[in-house]
Design a protein around this ligand. Structure first.
Ligand SMILES: Cc1ncc(COP(=O)(O)O)c(C=O)c1O
Length: 384
């Protein structure tokens, strides 16, 4: 139940047993084409160029930033947690001037402060945001308004959707996202190791205009060129391409809308269940609570390391703790990919019983009742 990497189905794992083929062959071109089509479906785009990199999500973020930014460019990158700070770092390392309106951990900057930041430089090249801040469990459901701000100031709109794409609403064409980045290991329920990026027509133009690439491996122009013949410039992680292809087929079979709804329903079940036993969400604003990363505040007296090791050793459930200033104060769990009724039930049961074992006064059956009222009665027979 980590907020990535997440559980991977046997079907996807088995896809990785396919033979290691020549990546300069018709077979790979076919696989590449299917993967790109599957990605277009989850990014909900007809127009964007898709690039799949054999790298983790951070590689995708670096590639996006390198392909768009030049030293001295101004960018606005709101900071409200670990991953939005890292997004700012990626731009800073390239020599960009980063303007970072901030918010308390667990909240979001307001649109006025973002606009005030957009006014701080004569020309802001890009407004870059983390859609789902994995370190705090907050989702910025104001992408439309943020895009309007980007338009108003003639800036590109770049979105890190690593811990959310495939698990919440993000139609990149409709929202006008110029560059969107995700990772294979989160809501797409594939193994870690691939970053997927979409580029709008506008973003593509900027990439194509760039002179010297800032790195050989992340030279997106080269990826565009090789994609014309169904290839990648460098040797792709073939087993992961097979896995992603299968994972994307599963998304299509379920249907994106149903998948997004399943994430929302499971998230509500988690929040309701924990709150029923007095554990409160780290994000106080209901509108901003993530449907893919559930962040809850520890009750008094529960020690993070001890709780998570007992949960892992006795209940076989792996969850994550907090980052930086939130270390020891909260736990986070992934409500991603394969998450379903049984998984939510088992996780809530394990967490509530583990808390009780550690002396926290709660009634685990109360939490389970909340799960069932959010999700419906379990499909398995409780008495057998
Ligand atoms: C929002 C966000 N951005 C970036 C990353 C970094 O991704 P990776 O660990 O795959 O490099 C993560 C990972 O959890 C993330 O959640």
């Amino acid at each position: 139940m980590l907020p990535g990497p997440t559980n991977v189905s046997d079907r996807v794992m088995q896809a990785m047993l396919s033979p290691v083929i020549n990546h300069r062959s018709h077979d790979f071109a076919e696989l590449h084409k299917n993967v790109i089509e599957g990605c277009r479906y989850v990014f909900d785009t007809k127009k964007a160029d898709i690039v799949v990199l054999s790298s983790s999500g951070t590689g995708g973020v670096d590639a996006a930033m390198q392909s768009i930014l030049d030293p001295g460019d101004s960018v606005v990158i709101p900071a409200f947690g670990e991953f939005s700070s890292r997004l700012g770092d990626s731009a800073r390392y390239l020599g960009a001037k980063v303007i970072a309106p901030e918010a308390n951990l667990g909240g979001l900057p307001n649109l006025e402060s973002v606009e005030a930041s957009m006014k701080q430089a004569p020309k802001v090249k890009a407004l870059c945001v983390v859609y789902n801040e994995t370190s705090t469990g907050v989702t910025w459901r104001k992408l439309k308004e943020l895009k309007e701000l980007a338009n108003k100031y003639g800036s590109l709109f770049i979105v890190d959707a690593i811990s959310v794409l495939g698990g919440d609403f993000l139609p990149v064409d409709e929202l006008g996202v110029d560059v969107c980045i995700t990772g294979s290991q989160k809501c797409l329920a594939a193994p870690p190791g691939l970053a997927i990026l979409s580029f709008s027509e506008e973003a593509r133009k900027i990439v194509m205009k760039a002179k010297d690439p800032k790195s050989q491996y992340f030279d997106i122009k080269r990826y565009f060129k090789y994609a014309e013949s169904g290839e990648t410039p460098y040797t792709p992680a073939l087993p992961l391409f097979y896995a992603l292809d299968e994972a994307l087929k599963i998304v299509k079979e379920e249907g994106l809308e149903r998948r997004i709804r399943r994430h929302a329903v499971c998230a509500k079940a988690f929040y309701d269940a924990f709150e029923s036993i007095g554990i409160s969400a780290h994000c106080k604003n209901l509108e901003e609570r993530s449907h893919t990363v559930i962040g809850m505040v520890y009750p008094k007296g529960i020690e993070d390391q001890k709780f998570r090791s007992i949960l892992s050793e006795k209940f076989w459930i792996l969850i994550a703790g907090g980052f930086g200033a939130l270390r020891g104060k909260m736990f986070r769990l992934g409500c991603m990919g394969e998450v379903n009724q049984q998984i939510v039930t088992a996780t809530v049961s394990g967490i509530a019983n583990c808390l009780k074992l550690l002396g926290y006064d709660c009634d685990p059956s109360r939490a389970l009742e909340r799960v069932w009222s959010a999700l419906g009665e379990p499909t398995f027979d409780l008495k057998s």
